[in-house]
Design a protein around this ligand. Structure first.
Ligand SMILES: [Zn+2]
Length: 87
């Protein structure tokens, strides 16, 4: 459970700064609520005490892939587009 929480912190840190990927559901106009399934590979330093207690340090996202994006309101992702922020 503790390990899972740590990975979550990594993801939040990664997205906390400059978020470049945004989504829009063209069916309902939703811009803010999506269920995103993402596979993230994290490399980290596992530091155990002699007693076996684990501290995870220096987590780094090695790779990340978005598997699916579902509109929270429509319940499907058929009309969800990625917004190009540079446009
Ligand atoms: Zn929608």
């Amino acid at each position: 459970m503790a390990r899972r929480a740590s990975v979550g912190v990594v993801a939040r840190t990664r997205y906390g700064g400059s978020v470049t990927t945004r989504y829009r559901c063209n069916a309902c106009g939703n811009l803010t609520r999506f269920d995103v399934v993402e596979t993230t590979t994290v490399r980290a330093f596992y530091h155990y005490t002699v007693g076996g207690e684990l501290t995870i340090e220096d987590p780094e996202v090695v790779s990340s892939a978005v598997e699916s994006v579902t509109c929270r309101w429509c319940g499907h992702g058929r009309s969800v587009d990625v917004i190009d922020e540079t446009a």
